[in-house]
Design a protein around this ligand. Structure first.
Ligand SMILES: Cc1cc2nc3c(=O)[nH]c(=O)nc-3n(C[C@H](O)[C@H](O)[C@H](O)COP(=O)(O)O)c2cc1C
Length: 146
């Protein structure tokens, strides 16, 4: 049986949350069990699942609002994540020097804690992309989920 997928959303203005709901529908249609965390809370996350993180960058390369607390917990607690596999979609805008920095930072932190990225990070450039959902759903399709 496939592991459940925890969808962790980092969104401030809602674009990424919408994208993540589309992805969840697709995963459910492919018989994956998912838990959707639009505001990930440390105590509600199942670390024995696979993670799919959808993270927008805000500020000057900072995490979008909804995932700030969770990432701070991760940074401070430094749990052993050697058993964890994850995939990550970074949302940003290439007109910023800090293009997709939050997603990159999250991936680096998870890997430092031992987690393994199961597919190269998908970066979505909201400056040029008119159909982010299409790109994300195609990318999701090629992942072999554990
Ligand atoms: C105030 C503000 C700051 C932003 N800063 C960055 C940034 O530093 N790097 C980046 O790649 N994108 C940046 N963006 C682009 C956002 O990541 C993009 O608009 C994204 O769609 C926002 O997702 P959300 O609606 O889920 O919050 C910024 C957007 C805003 C409005």
């Amino acid at each position: 049986m496939a592991l459940p997928i925890e969808i962790l959303v980092g969104s401030t203005a809602g674009n990424t949350e919408y994208l993540a709901t589309e992805i969840e529908q697709k995963l459910n249609a492919s018989n994956h069990t998912t838990q959707f965390h639009d505001f990930p809370k440390w105590e509600e996350i199942n670390f024995n699942a696979t993670f799919l993180l959808c993270i927008a960058t805000h500020g000057a390369g900072e995490y979008a609002e909804s995932i700030v607390d969770f990432m701070e917990h991760l940074e401070h607690r430094q749990p052993d994540l050697t058993h964890l596999k994850f995939a990550l979609i970074a949302i940003g805008d290439s007109s910023y020097d800090t293009y997709c920095s939050a997603g990159i930072k999250a991936s680096e932190l998870l890997q430092r804690l031992g987690a393994k990225e199961i597919s190269s990070m998908l970066k979505i450039d909201m400056q040029i992309t008119t159909e982010p959902e299409k790109i994300a759903l195609e990318w999701i399709d090629q992942i072999s989920w554990p």
